[in-house]
Design a protein around this ligand. Structure first.
Ligand SMILES: [Zn+2]
Ligand SMILES: [Zn+2]
Length: 258
């Protein structure tokens, strides 16, 4: 399985910069998890292939350019862009984003060949398919309804925490899997801002270290993501200081393969 965190910003030379401002992860070039930078970071090939977008929660950094992505593709779509989320999150997106004021209600639009976008709700705890992948969504501890994900292509399995503070069910679901090849987990704020992390539903490196003790699987790659850009260097140092084997900060633009 290949996963790439799309860049959110480019540096003066046009290269992907290491800061992550938006969340969008492309799996095997075909399925996106969240859509923060989906309209600005995909290659042409990926843009042509991605028709399934799994949205973990409605925060702007996770859905910012989803409307632009559908808009770009409007005339060329032969099948809808399927926005997969819990029913509650689908309703929030319809009410607050695709509402005819912030952006057109693409869920009601047809381009002459196909509907251009459809909401495909999934239930927490139940498996669902998106392209060649099987997902299981599990509620995590954020300030709005949010799911973490466990996804598999039948051979490799990856856990994805999304935005969360300390949580339990996610770890139970990860631990039930016979194998886990990689874990993507958030680390938003440095240890000195533990209180802010807690009230905003996020983890610090120390809290991430405590969460990892709930994980039964060993010998897997652990990628820290969602590092707040203004604290990135400090977060990288604090993550290194944990001394957890195979833990590193995820780099935007790099393709990770398991
Ligand atoms: Zn969030
Ligand atoms: Zn976020």
């Amino acid at each position: 399985m290949k996963i790439k965190l799309l860049p959110s910003t480019i540096d003066a030379e046009g290269r992907a910069s290491p800061e992550q401002r938006l969340s969008c992860f492309v799996v095997d070039g075909r399925v996106c998890i969240d859509a923060g930078s989906i309209a600005i970071g995909l290659s042409e090939e990926e843009r042509a292939a991605v028709r399934d977008v799994v949205v973990t929660h409605p925060h702007m950094d996770h859905v910012a350019t989803l409307p632009i992505f559908v808009d770009d593709l409007f005339g060329s779509l032969e099948e809808p862009v399927r926005v997969r989320a819990t029913r509650e999150v689908c309703e929030i997106l319809a009410r607050d984003v695709f509402n005819g004021t912030v952006y057109p209600p693409f869920q009601n639009f047809h381009n002459g060949r196909t509907r251009v976008m459809e909401f495909v709700p999934f239930r927490e705890g139940e498996e669902f398919r998106a392209a060649h992948l099987t997902f299981r969504a599990v509620a995590v501890s954020h300030i709005v309804p949010t799911v973490g994900l466990v996804l598999t292509d039948g051979e490799r399995t990856v856990g994805f925490s999304s935005d969360t503070s300390a949580t339990d069910e996610f770890w139970r679901v990860c631990n039930r899997e016979p194998r886990l090849d990689a874990l993507l987990i958030e680390a938003s704020f440095p240890d000195a801002l533990a209180e802010l992390a807690e009230t905003s539903g996020h983890l610090t490196p120390s809290a991430l270290g405590r969460e990892l003790r709930k994980l039964a699987h060993k010998d897997l790659d652990i990628l820290a993501m969602h590092l707040k850009p203004s604290f990135r260097n400090r977060l990288v140092e604090e993550l290194e200081a944990l001394g957890v084997p195979r833990l590193s900060a995820m780099e935007p633009g790099r393709e990770y393969v398991w």
